[in-house]
Design a protein around this ligand. Structure first.
Ligand SMILES: Cc1cc2nc3c(=O)[nH]c(=O)nc-3n(C[C@H](O)[C@H](O)[C@H](O)COP(=O)(O)O)c2cc1C
Length: 197
């Protein structure tokens, strides 16, 4: 269970009990040692993000670095145009109709994750509908979801709206209030305080 060197340093080897006896001339001293099994199960993390112009992608990569999780881009099957005005019109239609655009990406084994980060920009006062499609694909019972979002206006009420939407799509999951910020240190603090405790 444990070893002891000449200097008397005890080293744990495996779980169990041991008695270490030290003898000095005719005197004996006993020391009982209990070695406990240390089981720190690492929480498996998925960092899923939707990003059109790269802002959320950069944040997601940062979260991956901090958490050691797997990175997954939530992509719509149809390629969105890079023309902003056209895209705004397409997105407005999707949101007005509460569409669930087909997603091109899937998590290989969603069951293996305990914690899922979902990063997305605000589109028309809520989350892009594709994020909804992605979440609705899975039974997320028992999982914790942390949201990370930002937008052009940084209007908090729009983020609150997206939170309601995400909670409706993430069945069975505990969806935390998340962080709505563009400030790297605010995002890092959120991750450190809430997740890496
Ligand atoms: C289709 C579309 C709709 C948007 N709607 C909003 C909006 O309602 N409110 C807002 O503040 N920003 C809005 N934006 C701006 C994005 O939230 C912002 O540019 C964000 O930084 C993009 O993140 P990304 O680089 O990860 O795609 C919209 C952008 C697009 C393309």
């Amino acid at each position: 269970m444990a070893s002891v060197n000449k200097k008397g340093t005890v080293k744990a080897k495996k779980a169990g009990k041991a008695t270490i006896t030290a003898r000095v001339s005719s005197k004996k001293l006993r020391c009982n040692v209990v070695v406990h099994k240390f089981s720190a199960k690492k929480k498996d993390v998925l960092v899923a993000y939707f990003s059109q112009t790269g802002t959320t992608r950069a944040v997601a990569k940062k979260i991956r670095k901090l958490t050691g999780g797997d990175l997954l881009q939530i992509k719509s099957k149809k390629k969105y145009t890079s023309n902003y005005d056209k895209l705004v019109k397409i997105a407005k239609k999707e949101i007005d109709k509460n569409t669930r655009p087909k997603v091109a990406t899937a998590a290989k084994n969603i069951r293996s994750y305990d914690v899922i980060y979902v990063g997305y920009p605000i589109w028309w006062h809520t989350a892009p509908m594709t994020v909804g499609t992605f979440l609705e694909r899975y039974d997320l019972t028992g999982k914790t979801i942390y949201l990370v979002s930002q937008s052009a206006s940084m209007d908090r009420s729009q983020y609150e709206e997206s939170l309601v939407f995400i909670r409706g799509c993430a069945k069975g999951a505990m969806v935390d209030n998340g962080v709505f910020s563009k400030d790297n240190s605010v995002i890092t603090n959120y991750i450190n305080q809430n997740v890496l405790k």
